[in-house]
Design a protein around this ligand. Sequence first.
Ligand SMILES: Cc1ncc(COP(=O)(O)O)c(C=O)c1O
Length: 402
Amino acid sequence: MEPMLSQIDAAPPDPILGLTEAFRQDPAPDKINLGVGVYVDDQGRTPVLASVKEAEARMLESETTKSYLPISGQPAYGKAVQDLILGPDSAVAAAGRAATAHTPGGTGALRVGGDLLRAFFPGATVWVSTPTWANHPGVFAAAGLARRSYPYYDPATRGLDFPAMLAALRDVPAGDVVLLHACCHNPTGVDLAADQWAEVAAAAVDRGWLPFIDFAYQGFGDSVEADRACIQPLLDAVPEALIASSFSKNFGLYRERTGALTVIGGDAEAARRTLSQVKRVVRTNYSNPPAHGGLIVETILADADLTAQWRKELEGMQARIAGVRAQFVEAMARRAPEADFEFIRRQRGMFSFSGLSDAQVDWLREERHIYIVKGGRINVAGITSDNLDALADAVAEALQRG
Ligand SMILES: Cc1ncc(COP(=O)(O)O)c(C=O)c1O
């Protein structure tokens, strides 16, 4: 009989990480990477934040053991996460209705949440926006859950199709799960306004579906406070929710795999019971979380000076992205005044849907060494003073070619 592993076919390459690989292999000196969702500064680097370096220096001095963390991580980390995502004066947290598990990144949080849902609600469907982060469907499929999608982005307005979204969410059956991006929607950069969040909250309450909030970009939209204020009406209204946090972007901890799953229960007892089941999911998967990234976040958020330094660095990243959006819009207005790129200024976070067709995306890669994900999503943070003009020239030419 043929050996087992030799019967396995190769998997297709990951669409986004595959593009990064192609970028790496491109020898052109002036190549531009607007593909993968990693923040870069104006020099094109993804540096370790100074607040992170300082926290690590302190950890090197004070760390006394490498023994296992608790299955759900350190309670101090869970508390720091809740203060960040719910706010220090959260009524939900004060009532003990929130319980947090430290997970390997936001992806780990989504998958642990998916596994939990699959264990207790195997018939539940997870609803994701059209479009959504390319990994969302795969994560929930791997957990064994059915997926469906609700309308979100309107290519005609390059904005939100809120009436269609709301109509779909008003039809989601009780017992299903709706995945919502808290802010800086990936891949479109199109977010809900405060009054729209209130209507989504009302739909969740009326219909009885469970919101699963993906909070991967806190601080990249407007600020730590303003970004969490977006989801506040929802969290105030619904009895229960799941929140996946990622600190990959806002602490620049990508490879340290640092995130959290927070469960909001109807009361403190329900939150505790749910967390005990989250711990079972973790125990049989990766047993307990990796310590390093979590300890960095905990160390920064426990110290007023480090917190202030981190916030300044986060504000710097947010401001650079907002600035680059404006520069790109102005650069395009000079080259292609008939094409309206104002939407890039309105969209938030690291990503925008550029409106470029797949043929234009291919042409930009093959002829100009500019790497953009199929579908036209660009990582705005990949634009720098050095590449802005070349990029705008190339996009204007691509538009002319049609
Ligand atoms: C919307 C969204 N959710 C979750 C994640 C996962 O982040 P992490 O690297 O922390 O797993 C990302 C990362 O790109 C994302 O864009």
